[in-house]
Design a protein around this ligand. Structure first.
Ligand SMILES: NC(=O)c1ccc[n+]([C@@H]2O[C@H](COP(=O)([O-])OP(=O)(O)OC[C@H]3O[C@@H](n4cnc5c(N)ncnc54)[C@H](O)[C@@H]3O)[C@@H](O)[C@H]2O)c1
Length: 373
């Protein structure tokens, strides 16, 4: 019988569902030398039992401590809001569980450091779910850059736009509360972009930034109005330690954009472009191609030679957003089985957090800030 890895998942709503789906799909397509067992689902709301039954979990509880302390459980997925990540992750590591945590890793750099330290001293595997690295087209971009096809990288341009609270009467939710979410679009969306920039270009050395809260108060469930304490939008420029430059914009008030993430990387010998709404495609321009037909080409990253793609369907049978979560679990659980390192890990999460903290300081002080090493 294949080795079993018993999972406990904390937070059963949006991400809890995406992670549950990934755990169910994974064994059908990937042979990782082990079988994930969906043991216990945890969440606070009353529909927990119905969700657990529907997603395929054997048991459920409202107490995350019960999950973390359960000796049957090998690995914990953290899918709760940011203010809970550190406490749950540290407790899970101390209980000897492998941990995969949603992004951004923590509320502060100090918390992220504590999480990394706890994972290292427990000797457990630790991953952060920057799932966009796991889209085959993005993993292909990384491969092309690493192999030198673009030459020296000059510039990264990234944006991440949504418009869910565009209506000023859209209710106050946890993402608008600094004590729960840490920051707004800058952290929620910016953390994904910063991870992609680090993945594709390298470490970020310094930042300048501006943020704005367009709607200062929102209606609460109790009938009052609550202050919005996280940014609606942010812009930031960065200098990478290689000397490359970066330009970023994030917003949750970007009319018409539902989940619009995109980036471009420009190098001395070529450029790459990616747009999440065309997730299977990578736009590739390599200098030196014939004059009359010179230009960006669309590569459909669904063939066996593309990262992750060969395990799925025949070429051209496209993948979706949810498949990035499956790939994340493939990498995480393989690391558990083979005792190898998984990326992105808590160190990647911590480094993204260091940049976020520098961006906040830069926006507050209106000047360039060095990122803490
Ligand atoms: N990787 C991605 O693309 C992506 C997308 C959306 C959200 N996220 C991240 O996932 C995390 C969760 O976001 P979401 O949108 O799923 O939130 P959500 O509001 O939909 O769900 C939060 C869940 O956490 C549970 N919870 C909260 N506090 C808890 C506690 N103390 N004990 C047990 N359960 C608790 C709630 O009951 C709920 O089930 C956040 O860190 C967010 O930034 C990542």
């Amino acid at each position: 019988m294949a080795r079993q890895i018993r999972m406990g998942l904390i937070g059963h709503k949006f991400m809890g569902r995406a992670h549950s789906h990934a755990l169910r799909d994974l064994p059908m397509f990937f042979d990782i030398g082990a079988e994930p067992v969906m043991q216990t689902l945890c969440g606070l709301e009353e529909d927990l039992e119905a969700a657990a039954r529907r997603y395929g979990w054997a048991s459920w509880t409202h107490s995350w401590r019960e999950v973390v302390e359960d000796p049957r459980i090998d690995a914990i997925s953290i899918c709760t809001p940011g203010h809970t990540h550190c406490e749950i992750a540290v407790a899970a590591c101390r209980a000897g569980k492998h941990v995969i945590c949603e992004k951004p890793l923590a509320l502060t750099l100090a918390e992220a450091r504590r999480m990394l330290e706890a994972a290292r001293s427990a000797g457990v595997k630790h991953a952060v779910n920057f799932n966009y690295r796991k889209a085959p087209a993005v993993a292909l971009a990384h491969q092309l850059i690493r192999e030198g096809h673009l030459g020296r990288i000059f510039l990264f341009h990234g944006f991440y736009f949504q418009d869910w609270p565009l209506d000023p009467e859209f209710p106050h939710v946890w993402r608008m509360d600094r004590s729960v979410a840490g920051a707004g679009s800058m952290a929620d969306k910016g953390s994904h972009l910063l991870d992609l920039a680090r993945f594709l270009v390298g470490e970020i050395a310094e930042v300048s930034a501006a943020t704005e809260i367009y709607v200062k108060e929102r209606p609460s469930a109790g009938g009052t109005r609550l202050p919005v304490t996280t940014d609606d939008a942010a812009v930031f420029t960065v200098r990478f330690s290689t000397g490359a430059l970066g330009l970023f914009a994030t917003s949750r008030m970007a009319a018409g954009h539902k989940n619009g993430l995109g980036f471009e990387v420009q190098g001395a010998r070529g450029s790459l472009r990616f747009d999440l709404e065309r997730l299977n495609e990578l736009q590739v321009y390599l200098a030196g191609e014939p004059g009359a037909t010179e230009g960006f080409r669309t590569v459909l990253a669904t063939s066996p030679e593309h990262p992750y793609a060969g395990a799925w369907w025949p070429p051209g049978h496209v993948l979706g957003w949810e498949h990035t979560f499956v790939h994340q679990y493939v990498d995480f659980l393989r690391a558990v089985v083979d005792d190898t390192q998984v990326r992105p890990d808590f160190e990647d999460g911590m480094k993204a957090q260091a940049v976020l903290e520098a961006i906040e300081t830069a926006a507050r002080n209106r000047r360039w800030i060095q990122v803490e090493a």
